[in-house]
Design a protein around this ligand. Structure first.
Ligand code: NAD
Length: 498
C-alpha cells in the first residue's frame, strides 16, 4: 500500500505507527495511507528548521525571490501531473485542480516581489541629529495547518509568503489529500530552497496540538472549519503565538430584480456546484429580491441544474466530481433531509445519486431547495456540498440583513445593473469579501483574503501585505550619532522630539 510519509529533514522519524486511509473518491476504494505524526515527528522538523532558518533569513531578499521564481517555473512545468495527483485524492475535476494550483502560484508571484515589500520605512531627522527606521524581520519558525479543499492553493497562501519573508515553514496539510503538499516540498528543494525551510508533517489533532504547544513555533496560520479554527486560535494564543485562523462560510448571492438572470444562473451554477460545493467561497444560498424575481430565477435555475454533468474527476465533460469522503457525502445528504424536514421545498434532489460504473464513488447530485428560512438549522450551518438553498427576500433591506446577520461572514455577491444599489450593498454588508456581479470574489494575491465573524479568528488576512505583516515582526530603530558634545541635555525626562 502506498504510504505518504512526512517530508522532513532527517527522515520520516517519530515513533508514531498511526496511519489514516487515503480514499479514491471516484470509486470509494482505499488508494494509500498517510502517516499520522506526533510531537516526536514535529521535534525532528523543528530542529531542522532551527538549524536552517538563520542562514535563510540572512540570505538577501533578492536571492530568496529567485528561489520563488524557479519554484513557480517548476510548478508550471509539472502542472499536469500535479493536477492529476490533486484530483485523484480530492475528487475535483482536473480543470479545477489546475485552478487550485494556479491560484497558489499567484501568491508565489506576489512573493517574488518580496524585496520591494520588505523595504521598511525611514525618517531622516526625526529630531536633532536623529533618524528613525523600521524593518520587518521574520518570526523564525511558522506553521500552517490546512484543509482538504485546496491542497495546493492554501499551503501556498501561507508557505510562499512565510518563506519569502525569511521564515522556516512547517506545513500540516489535511490528512485526506496529503500528496500534493509533499510534491510542493520536493519542488521547493529542486528550486534551490535550503533543506529545512519548507517541511511537511502529516497528522491529525495530535499533530495540531503538538504544533500549537511547541515553544519554538512563533506563528500559526490555520484554515478549516470554524469550531476547529476557534480552538486553534485560543490554544495557540494561550501558548503565546501569533495566530490567524480562517473558518467556515455560508456565502449568499443576492439577486436584484434588474439583474441579468441568464448571467446569474450561469454564475450560480458554477459558484454553487463547482468543486461539488466544497469551496469556502462557494455560493450555497441565493436570495432573490421580490417574489417575481424568485419565480423567474427558479424557472431558469431548474433546467440549468438538471443539465449539470456529474462525473469522475478525469472526465473533461464533467462539471464537478465526487465529494471527498463517504462520511462527508452522508453528512451532506443528511443536511438535505433535515432542510426538507424543517419545511424547505425540495426542487431538485441529489441524494442517492449513483454514477454508472462508479457506484461506490462519493457522488452527490446537484440539489435545489426553495423556501428556506433563516430560522432553519440547515441555513444557519455550512453544508459544504452541491446544495443551493433559495431564501426569498421582500426587498433590498431584507436581503442585505441576511448575510449581515449570519454567523459566517466570508464572502457575498450581489447581482444587479444598479450601481447605487451595488455601492450601498458593498458599503453596508457585514461580510469580509464582496463581489459585484462576481460570484466568487476571491481577491487577487496582492490584495488580501479573509472573512469576518465566525469565518476568521485573529486580525490579519492571508497573503498580500496582510500576509507579510503576519509572517514578520516590525523592529523600529531610533538612532543618533552625537558629535561629541553633551549639549547640556537633561537625560532624566522622557525624550521628546520638541
Ligand atoms: P477541518 O476543520 O476538518 O480540518 C482542517 C485542518 O484541521 C486539517 O488539517 C485537520 O487535520 C485539522 N483538524 C481536524 N480536526 C481537528 C481537531 N479536532 N483538532 C485540531 N485539528 C483538527 O476542515 P476541512 O474539512 O479539511 O475543510 C473544510 C472546511 O474548511 C470548511 O469549513 C471550509 O469552509 C473551511 N475553509 C475555509 C476557508 C477560509 O479561508 N475561510 C478556506 C477553505 C476552507
Amino acid at each position: 500500500m502506498r504510504l505518504v510519509d512526512h517530508f522532513i529533514v532527517g527522515g520520516p522519524g517519530g515513533a508514531s505507527a498511526r496511519k489514516s486511509a487515503i480514499f479514491d473518491p471516484n470509486n470509494g476504494s482505499v488508494q494509500g495511507e498517510v502517516a499520522l505524526g506526533n510531537s516526536e515527528t514535529l521535534e525532528i522538523a523543528v530542529q531542522a528548521a532551527l538549524k536552517a532558518q538563520p542562514a535563510w533569513a540572512g540570505t538577501n531578499p533578492q536571492r530568496r525571490a529567485r528561489v520563488m521564481f524557479r519554484f513557480k517555473e517548476l510548478v508550471e512545468a509539472n502542472m499536469n501531473s500535479l493536477a492529476h495527483l490533486l484530483s485523484s485524492e480530492h475528487g475535483k475535476v482536473i480543470a479545477d485542480s489546475k485552478g487550485d494550483i494556479q491560484r497558489g502560484l499567484e501568491v508565489v508571484e506576489f512573493a517574488c516581489g518580496i524585496p520591494h515589500v520588505l523595504k521598511g520605512e525611514y525618517t531622516q531627522g526625526a529630531g536633532p541629529g536623529i533618524d528613525v527606521y523600521s524593518m520587518r524581520q521574520p518570526i523564525g519558525i511558522g506553521a500552517g495547518i490546512t484543509p482538504f479543499n485546496f491542497p495546493a492553493m492554501i499551503p501556498l497562501w501561507m508557505g510562499a509568503v512565510a518563506i519569502a519573508c525569511g521564515n522556516a515553514f512547517i506545513l500540516k496539510p489535511s490528512e485526506r489529500d496529503p500528496s500534493v503538499p509533499n510534491r510542493l516540498a520536493e519542488l521547493f528543494l529542486e528550486a534551490g530552497l535550503p533543506e529545512g525551510i519548507f517541511q511537511v508533517v502529516h497528522g491529525d489533532k495530535e499533530m495540531v496540538d503538538a504544533i500549537l504547544d511547541h515553544p519554538e513555533i512563533g506563528a500559526v496560520s490555520f484554515v478549516g472549519s470554524s469550531d476547529i479554527a476557534h480552538y486553534v486560535y485560543n490554544r495557540g494564543v494561550a501558548a503565546g503565538k501569533r495566530v490567524q485562523a480562517m473558518g467556515g462560510a455560508k456565502n449568499h448571492g443576492i439577486v436584484m430584480p434588474d439583474a441579468d438572470l441568464d448571467q446569474v444562473v450561469n454564475d450560480l451554477c458554477g459558484a454553487a456546484f463547482g468543486s461539488a460545493g466544497e469551496r469556502c467561497m462557494a455560493v450555497p444560498v441565493v436570495v432573490p429580491v421580490g417574489e417575481d424575481t424568485a419565480e423567474r430565477l427558479k424557472a431558469k435555475l431548474i433546467p440549468a441544474i438538471e443539465a449539470l454533468k456529474v462525473g469522475i474527476s478525469t472526465d473533461a465533460e464533467a462539471h464537478y466530481g465526487p465529494v471527498v469522503t463517504q462520511a462527508h457525502k452522508e453528512k451532506i445528504e443528511s443536511w438535505i433531509t433535515s432542510c426538507v424536514e424543517e419545511g424547505g421545498e425540495l426542487i431538485v434532489d441529489g441524494r442517492g445519486f449513483k454514477l454508472q460504473g462508479h457506484e461506490n464513488g462519493f457522488f452527490v447530485g446537484p440539489t435545489l431547495i426553495d423556501h428556506v428560512t433563516p430560522e432553519m438549522d440547515s441555513y444557519h450551518n455550512e453544508i459544504f456540498g452541491p446544495v443551493l438553498q433559495i431564501v426569498r427576500a421582500a426587498d433590498f433591506e431584507e436581503a442585505l440583513a441576511l448575510p449581515s446577520k449570519h454567523q459566517y461572514g466570508n464572502g457575498v455577491a450581489i447581482f444587479t445593473r444598479n450601481g447605487h444599489a451595488a455601492r450601498e450593498f458593498a458599503a453596508r454588508v457585514n461580510v469580509g469579501m464582496v463581489g459585484i456581479n462576481v460570484p466568487i470574489p476571491v481577491p487577487v494575491a496582492y490584495h488580501t483574503f479573509g472573512g469576518w465573524k465566525r469565518s476568521a479568528f485573529g486580525d490579519t488576512n492571508q497573503h498580500g501585505m496582510e500576509g507579510v505583516k503576519f509572517w514578520t515582526k516590525v523592529k523600529t530603530v531610533t538612532q543618533r550619532w552625537p558629535n561629541g558634545s553633551l549639549d547640556g541635555e537633561n537625560t532624566f525626562v522622557i525624550p521628546t522630539m520638541a
